[in-house]
Every structure is written in structure tokens, then in C-alpha cells.
Design a protein around this ligand. Structure first.
Ligand SMILES: [Mn+2]
Length: 342
């Protein structure tokens, strides 16, 4: 009994300094680097990617550092950076640069956006929370137990000794919030809430973040009306579906990227284990799948020639709408039977 407790304590005591040491090493590398610092994240950047990059850039700039951040900011996050803070793409690496690669697995260089990292021979500081990260950078601050990369940047900013401002804390709170589903997902650990509390204490504006994130243009509601009009349940209520086609986009002034949000909206329907959105391009149909966890969206997507995760997956089917629906229903029925729900 005593041995077990001591063993647990020892494991904890050796794990904690390791993370703290890596935070210090990352901060020391960034602080002592004499040349420009280029900050990059992953393709299709999310709130954690942008929030982490912006928080680190602002912190390093208060130290007088030459920092450049390259990213294609998605439309729904354009409220966060100031004008000129984020540049679209780096073409030529500046002399003596250091690359800070955030929220992206450094082993998958193709997933690094904003610049060609394969053409870069300088030092890389990688700060990330993906379990597949092989820690191959000059400094790899990697901790898969962290819910958001932004939480790790918060620790690095503390280690840099930068005086906290709301401008630094707010993007880090946004990253922590978006990677935890606004503090609703099961990864919302006590540490997440402590980090968030610290950031609010440092001046982060949670109300402003939520207000900005909740802003929908009029076309969102116009397309929502179309989505709800097409919303349907399978006879047993286990599958909820909707569909959008080119005509619906034209009627509402929407683009295909605007359709992404709605599969999560219909997924909230009580009793439905699976939500599916059909994006009807005419000659082919994109199928977006969301599961509440009992059925595998991935299995259905794979059966349709696509892929993804258990909770979220998708496929592009080279067939007209009616045929795609038939194929989907066969694949979904097989998966619901496998899961013991039919
Ligand atoms: Mn992340």
C-alpha cells in the first residue's frame, strides 16, 4: 500500500519537472534567439492554432523581438487579430530565423501551413499537444495531456517573464475555449479551468470572445432555414439528416464552407445517434457525419470511400444524390447493427 502510494508520487514528481523544464527551455530558446522568429501552425487553422500563435507573438513583441506570424485566418476568426498582425504566407525564409511551430505535429511537415518548413534548416521550437508527435524539433515541448496548445503557450509566456496584458491573455483563452468546446467537452480538466481563471485574471475577455464567436451573418440564418426545411429523421429516430445543394446556396448567398457548421446543429437532436449532412454538388455528394459515440462515423465514412474519426468523419461519393443516400443508408444500417442499436 505504502509502496504503491510512493510509486504514484514518484511518477508524478518526475513527470512534473520534465514539463516545467521543457517550458523553461522553450522560453529560453525564444528569448535568447537573436534573429527573427517565424510563427506557424497547421493547415485549416482553428481557434487554438490562431490563439496560440497570436498570444505568443504579442508576448514576444513586448520583449522587442522581431516576430512574424503566417496563417490563412478563417472568416469566423478574423475578429481576433489586429490589422497586419497575421500575414498570409512566407515566401523566402529571413536570414537567421527560428521557427516556432505551434499546435501541429512536427513529424507531419506537410500539415504545417504558412511557409515551406521542408526548405528551412534553422532551429525549430515545437509546442504541441498531439499524441503522435515524435519530438524531433530542437525543442519539443509536447504534452498530449494538455487540452489545448494555448494552455502550454500560457506557461511559456509565464516563463518568458512577460508582463501579462489582456491582449496577450485573450487569444490564449480563445484557444483554450475552442479546443474544449467552450469548456463543455470531457477534456475540460481542473487544469483547463485553472488556466482559464488565470487568463481571465490577466485581463482576457471571455464575454467578448463568446460574443464574437456567436456572431452569424444574415446568410447563416437564411441557410439554417433551408437546412431545417430538409431535416429528417429515420423511422427509428437514430439518424438525423439534412441536405444542401447549389440552389440553396444561390438562394441564400452562401458558399460551401458555410455549410460546415450545420451538421453539429442537427446533431443535438435528442435520440439521434448519428447526424449526416449531404452536400449535393450535382455529379457528386459530400457526406459529413457526426456520432454521439455509440456508432462509428468513421466506419460509415470508410464504407463510402472516406475516412475520419469515430466522432466525426466524411466521404466524397461520386454519385448523384439519390444513389448516395441509398449507399449511405446501407452503410449506416450495417454500422447501427454492429453497434447493437438495430
Ligand atoms: Mn489544439
Amino acid at each position: 500500500m505504502v509502496v504503491l502510494i510512493l510509486g504514484a508520487m514518484t511518477a508524478q514528481n518526475t513527470a512534473e519537472p520534465r514539463y516545467a523544464q521543457l517550458v523553461q527551455a522553450a522560453a529560453a530558446h525564444l528569448k535568447s534567439h537573436p534573429g527573427p522568429i517565424v510563427i506557424l501552425a497547421h493547415v485549416d487553422p482553428d481557434g487554438d492554432a490562431l490563439g496560440s500563435c497570436l498570444g505568443l507573438q504579442r508576448a514576444l513583441r513586448t520583449l522587442g523581438k522581431d516576430v512574424q506570424l503566417y496563417m490563412q485566418v478563417p472568416r469566423y476568426l478574423t475578429f481576433l487579430p489586429q490589422e497586419g498582425e497575421v500575414l498570409p504566407r512566407l515566401d523566402v525564409w529571413p536570414e537567421g530565423a527560428l521557427a516556432a511551430v505551434l499546435d501541429v505535429d512536427n513529424t507531419d511537415l506537410a500539415r504545417v501551413a504558412g511557409a515551406d518548413l521542408t526548405a528551412f534548416a534553422g532551429p525549430v521550437v515545437n509546442i504541441d499537444h498531439h499524441g503522435t508527435n515524435r519530438r524531433e524539433a530542437a525543442v519539443s515541448l509536447v504534452d498530449p495531456s494538455q487540452a489545448a496548445a494555448a494552455m502550454m503557450i500560457k506557461d511559456v509566456v509565464d516563463a518568458l517573464g512577460v508582463a501579462w496584458t489582456g491582449e496577450i491573455a485573450t487569444p490564449l483563452l480563445l484557444g483554450t475555449s475552442t479546443d474544449t468546446g467552450s469548456f463543455r467537452f470531457s477534456n475540460t480538466t481542473p487544469q483547463v479551468l485553472r488556466t482559464a481563471a488565470d487568463l481571465v485574471e490577466h485581463g482576457a475577455n471571455l464575454g467578448w470572445i463568446n460574443d464574437q464567436m456567436a456572431r452569424n451573418p444574415p446568410r447563416y440564418y437564411a441557410l439554417l432555414r433551408e437546412v431545417l426545411d430538409q431535416m429528417a429523421f429515420s423511422p427509428d429516430g437514430l439518424i438525423v439528416s439534412s441536405q444542401v445543394n447549389e440552389a440553396a446556396l444561390a438562394r441564400t448567398g452562401s458558399a460551401w464552407e458555410d455549410v460546415e457548421a450545420y451538421v453539429n446543429t442537427i446533431r443535438n437532436a435528442d435520440g439521434a445517434e448519428l447526424a449526416v449532412m449531404f452536400k449535393d454538388y450535382g455529379e457528386r455528394v459530400k457526406v459529413s457525419l457526426r456520432s454521439r459515440g455509440r456508432v462509428s462515423a468513421q466506419n460509415i465514412a470508410v464504407a463510402l470511400g472516406g475516412g475520419g474519426h469515430v466522432a466525426a468523419a466524411g466521404a466524397s461519393v461520386d454519385a448523384p444524390y439519390a444513389e448516395t443516400v441509398q449507399r449511405f443508408e446501407a452503410a449506416a444500417d450495417a454500422e447501427l447493427r454492429r453497434a447493437g442499436l438495430r
